[in-house]
Write a protein that binds this ligand. Structure first.
Ligand code: XMP
Length: 326
């Protein structure tokens, strides 16, 4: 019988058998999947787990603070925050191709995990066991869409599935590999993870790096962060969060169009709003948002983000579009 408590019991037993007395690290992105995966592993092996939050500079506004406030406060898990903005941005310099970006981000994540493992052992002192295991919040749809499922095409390399090096020094612990998102949420609630995390909309591991169409630079990230924060704030204010699966906000960084503001000509970038409804992200439909909400978001973004002079709405279902633009 599928119940969330059965899933938890089964995974706790499996993880204990797999991990023994070794140390484990888990990357916490701030999203639902990694939080639930971490909580199951913590239940299984307690203090043998250390969580790592990689601040790669591709996060949305306020994300690091949220991890500390919501997750660490409710679980008491040990957390290391690594400031790796420089590393990721220099690795991404000059790169526009979506799959190349994804692979670079995946590769840099692994390098940070290796550095973090050394840090964990050092901090544990002379008796520190090696870190042999890495927890990933991989879900069933990630496996399928990265070409891991039977007969599946490689649509995108999800950073936590594709792009792992052959000589990976960790064994993976993936307690959510058979689950869909709604099941992960049920498991998270059963584990007592606060609603602020369990109810969050999905956000991809490669972050805003795959929501800037074109090269990723700090300046472009800052533009997108401001636009994204406005869209999220207004959707929440309008009470639409529960109706929307997620709403990627995308910066078309290599596109410019002519506009007018005050009595001056502008030549700025478009922002795309991509609100979708979905059951499991394998298919999706575009959300029919109220026009006045869209108008308000558009007004605010063009008024408050000087580099943006146009806001467009993506009205494509999946398929043929994917949810993210890259
Ligand atoms: P697509 O764009 O493939 O997205 O329709 C399906 C769902 O997966 C999320 N997504 C990711 N999640 N790592 C993740 O953890 C990734 O690399 C990744 N790429 C896409 C996307 O936000 C949507 O919910």
């Amino acid at each position: 019988d599928w119940t969330s408590s059965n899933v938890i019991d089964e995974q706790v037993e499996r993880i204990r058998a797999q991990v023994g007395d070794k140390r484990v690290i888990c990357a916490l992105s701030g999203g639902v999947d990694s939080a639930v995966a971490a909580a199951i592993v913590q239940k299984a092996v307690g203090d043998q787990l250390t969580c790592i939050h990689v601040d790669h500079g591709l996060m949305r506004a306020g994300e690091v603070e949220q991890i500390e406030k919501d997750f660490v406060a409710s679980t008491g898990v040990r957390l290391i925050i690594r400031d790796e903005k420089e590393r990721f941005l220099s690795a991404l310099a000059g790169v526009s191709d979506p799959e190349t970006k994804r692979k670079i981000i995946g590769r840099e994540f692994i390098r940070v995990f290796e550095d973090s493992a050394r840090q964990v052992v050092e901090e544990a002192g002379a008796h520190g066991e090696d870190v042999e295991f890495l927890v990933q919040g991989t879900l069933y749809p990630d496996v399928v869409e990265s070409g891991g499922g039977e007969g599946a095409a490689n649509i995108k390399s999800h950073h936590n599935v594709g792009g792992l090096p052959d000589d990976l020094q960790f064994s993976l612990v993936e307690p959510l590999r058979a689950l869909f998102k709604d099941e992960v949420r049920a498991v998270g609630r059963e584990l007592g993870i606060p609603e602020e995390i369990v109810g969050r909309q999905p956000f991809p591991g490669p972050g805003l790096g795959i929501r800037i169409i074109g090269e990723v630079t700090w300046e472009r990230l800052e533009i997108l962060r401001r636009a994204d924060a406005i869209a999220r704030e207004e959707l929440t204010k309008a009470g639409l969060d529960d109706q929307i699966w997620q709403c990627p906000v995308v910066l078309l960084a290599d596109v410019r169009s002519v506009g007018v503001q005050g009595d001056g000509r502008t030549y700025g970038h478009p922002i795309v709003l991509r609100p979708v409804s979905s059951e499991d992200a394998m298919t999706a439909d575009w959300s029919r948002l109220p026009y006045d909400v869209l108008a308000h978001i558009s007004n605010r973004i063009t008024n408050e983000v000087a580099e943006v002079n146009r806001v467009v709405v993506d009205v494509t279902s999946k398929p043929p579009g994917t949810i993210e633009w890259e």
